[in-house]
Design a protein around this ligand. Structure first.
Ligand code: FE2
Length: 242
């Protein structure tokens, strides 16, 4: 039966990367030195925030438009779309999905980004939307460029889009990165490869979907987000089994 629950599977606590991963240099000083202390969640953490559709403007999920000043942003136009799903494949509605990304040249509109690539005056690189009743979401944006980062001598980040999901409370924020299937920089990226399980890495890849692409306009990339369970999307801030 299509909707029958799957058999119980114990969580695999081994697939989340170690907090200490020397190839990713900053993990060395960000990883804890002492045993973790468990804190009780406060009432505001458990009950807020509540996001409604009135919070979202029509253009908030359209990065081709929301930073426009006097022209279109430069770079390959794409649609990024998919569904937010629970562990049984059921849609999850009203999840606030926020994303932030570099422009086509690999530069963030951020004060701390000093990469010599140019800023795009018509591109902010940030967007948000709420998942629909069927769990679906959709953004229009520019495919981000790769950028170098100070790690080992010559490390470059593959093209990626940072993503954050808010559930029903502040404690339920989930953070991850979406990559693009076929990117030749993926095997070289220590952040991507800090995830030991190849199947978990593969679940971070957006897949080209020509059926959703618009002729002479945009290519489309599908990325479904699974919140928990054996097919869970890898989240940077939620250890499997936690
Ligand atoms: Fe990034």
């Amino acid at each position: 039966m299509e909707n029958a629950p799957r058999a119980f599977r114990p969580r695999d606590r081994a697939w989340h990367p170690a907090a200490w991963f020397p190839d990713y240099k900053t993990s060395v000083y960000r990883s804890p030195r002492l045993p973790l202390v468990s804190l009780t969640a406060t009432r505001s953490e458990l009950t807020a925030p509540v996001f409604g559709h009135d919070l979202i403007r029509a253009s908030d999920n359209d990065l081709l438009v929301n930073g426009r000043v006097d022209g279109d942003p430069i770079g390959p136009r794409i649609v990024l779309f998919g569904k937010v799903l629970d562990e049984e494949g059921r849609p999850v509605r009203n999840v606030l999905i926020e994303l932030w990304q570099a422009n086509a040249a690999g530069r963030y509109r951020h004060v701390n980004d000093s990469y010599l690539a140019p800023l795009d005056p018509n591109f902010w690189g940030v967007g948000r939307t709420l998942s629909e009743p069927d769990g679906s979401y959709r953004f229009r944006t520019i495919r981000p460029g790769p950028y170098p980062w100070r790690n080992r001598v010559n490390d470059w980040r593959p093209a990626h889009i940072h993503i954050s999901l808010w559930g029903a409370s502040l404690c339920q924020r989930l953070v991850s990165q979406i990559y693009f299937e076929g990117d030749p920089l993926l095997p070289l990226c220590p952040i991507y490869n800090s995830i030991p399980d190849p199947a978990a890495r593969a679940r971070l890849l957006a897949k080209l979907d020509m059926g959703e692409s618009l002729p002479h306009d945009t290519l489309a990339w599908r990325f479904d987000i699974v919140l928990r369970g054996p097919r869970q999307t890898f989240f940077e801030n939620k250890r499997e089994g936690a």
